[in-house]
Design a protein around this ligand. Structure first.
Ligand code: GLN
Length: 441
């Protein structure tokens, strides 16, 4: 987003720099096996980033719409996973990287299933799984779902659809093979027709960034606020993208860029930084594998420069335990935590509690006032740890009103001062307890 004063913000500046640098790349071929795609402008190049907070950034030509082609595959997979569940979907399509081209005849010798849903065979099988009363209804549901991911209604490019329908015999042949193996029920020609329509849905690189951001955001569109698919489905789709999204270059992509991604023959590329953002690039020339040359180069640099690799620094950035001190002459331990608690953050709190648990019984005040939220797993871990503390004879007070599933035997307190006073009082009342340290005696 450019501002009127003082140029652009830092993120836009970085995208603009990548746009300038990689716009000069002249390698790659515009796909022409779908005749209509050959008309694409090979110089068109746009980058868009949408954060899970709904902050958008752009550089280059981002208003141009193009057919999504294979970029629809993860989103239709999401629809089918949400409707049928992973077990049912697994009967028709695998989740193994094929290491083969997107149009490979990749059917398992034993099960007849395609290797994964990111290559054509798997995507055709997935499209056929969309529950519907017939092909028209099936496509309507797909179009609606893609629109919810993008946050606006999308439309089909009839010319591109017709162009692929007229030439797409390889995909039709694969559909027949899959009917032969029992993976595809129904009419193969009809199944492929819905798939071709799906591939011909047009969107801009900005739409694509929003679609990616919806997956990054656990299935809720960060712009419209609409929940498009349940969180576990977003996780499943990102897993498949991470392993299979870049076809036979999936391994080197994971090594160098390290983000779940998907490319399409129209030159689009979407990558997702989980719990952070979606980023999309559009530039038609493709490398030998069918991935967009400029998109791959730009994302590789972006990932290295901003440390975006998924395996990099996965731990929470801020410290979780703010303070672990003792008062009342060592008889009361005060442990304060902050931020959102996941497994790792909860473990940090538990570590601090554990050091207290194994010592002589005393007061423990756990201040959760600055904890912004908890994963169910973290909540369960914390509840168990508090129970163990009590079983070890400690007097426990929790500050903050985070909802615990069960009411434990610990005291709840609205603020820290009150909690410390209550703990003090409890220790005095049960004066027979041994002090935690000998210092005040
Ligand atoms: N519609 C294209 C096909 O089936 C999609 C392929 C792609 O984008 N990689 O050939």
């Amino acid at each position: 987003m450019s501002s009127s004063r003082g140029g652009v913000d830092v993120v836009t500046e970085a995208l603009t720099e990548l746009h300038g640098r990689y716009g000069a790349l002249s390698e790659g071929r515009v796909a022409d096996y779908i005749p209509q795609l050959a008309f694409a402008d090979r110089d068109c190049f746009g980058l868009a980033l949408m954060s899970m907070d709904g902050h958008g950034y752009r550089a280059g030509r981002c208003g141009v719409s193009f057919t999504l082609q294979s970029l629809t595959k993860p989103f239709v997979l999401a629809l089918v996973l949400a409707e049928l569940g992973a077990d049912e979907v697994a009967r028709s399509v695998g989740a193994e990287p094929s290491g083969e081209a997107y149009n490979a005849i990749s059917l398992d010798a034993l099960t007849g299933r395609p290797a994964n849903a990111m290559i054509n065979a798997g995507a055709i099988a997935v499209t056929a799984l969309v529950p519907a009363s017939g092909p028209a209804d099936r496509f309507a549901r797909i179009l609606e779902c893609l629109g919810r991911f993008a946050g606006r209604a999308l439309f089909v490019d009839e010319d591109v659809y017709r162009s692929e329908a007229a030439t797409g015999d390889r995909n039709r042949a694969m559909a027949y093979l899959m009917r032969g193996t029992g993976v595809l029920r129904g009419d193969p020609v009809e199944a492929v027709d819905v798939y071709f329509r799906q591939c011909a849905v047009r969107a801009t690189v900005t739409d694509l960034a929003v679609m990616g951001a919806t997956l990054a955001n656990g299935g809720t569109n960060p712009v419209t606020g609409e929940r498009v698919v349940p969180e576990p489905v977003a996780v499943q789709v990102l897993s498949v993208m991470a392993m299979c999204g870049m076809y036979d270059a999936a391994g080197s992509w994971m090594l160098r860029v390290g983000l779940p991604a998907k490319s399409g023959v129209s030159g689009g590329l979407v990558a997702v930084s989980p719990a952070r953002f979606g980023i999309a690039v559009h530039s038609p020339p493709l490398d030998a594998v069918g991935n967009p040359v400029r998109g791959v180069a730009a994302l590789r640099e972006l990932s290295e420069r901003f440390g975006l690799h998924m395996m990099h620094n996965a731990a929470p950035v801020a410290p979780t335990v703010l303070g672990s001190t003792t008062t009342s002459g060592g008889r009361i331990a005060l442990i304060a935590a902050q931020g959102r608690l996941d497994f790792t953050a909860a473990e940090r709190v538990l570590f601090a509690l554990e050091q207290r648990r194994t010592g002589p019984p005393g007061g423990v005040v756990l201040d959760l006032e600055r904890v912004s939220g908890m994963d169910p797993a973290a909540k369960a871990m914390l509840e168990r740890a508090l129970t163990l503390l009590i079983e070890a004879g400690h007097d426990v007070t929790v500050v903050g009103d985070l909802p615990f599933r069960t009411r434990g035997a610990w005291r709840r307190s609205a603020d820290r001062a009150q909690a410390l006073a209550a703990a003090e009082q409890a220790l005095t009342a049960t004066g027979d307890r041994p002090p935690a340290t000998g210092r005040d005696h």
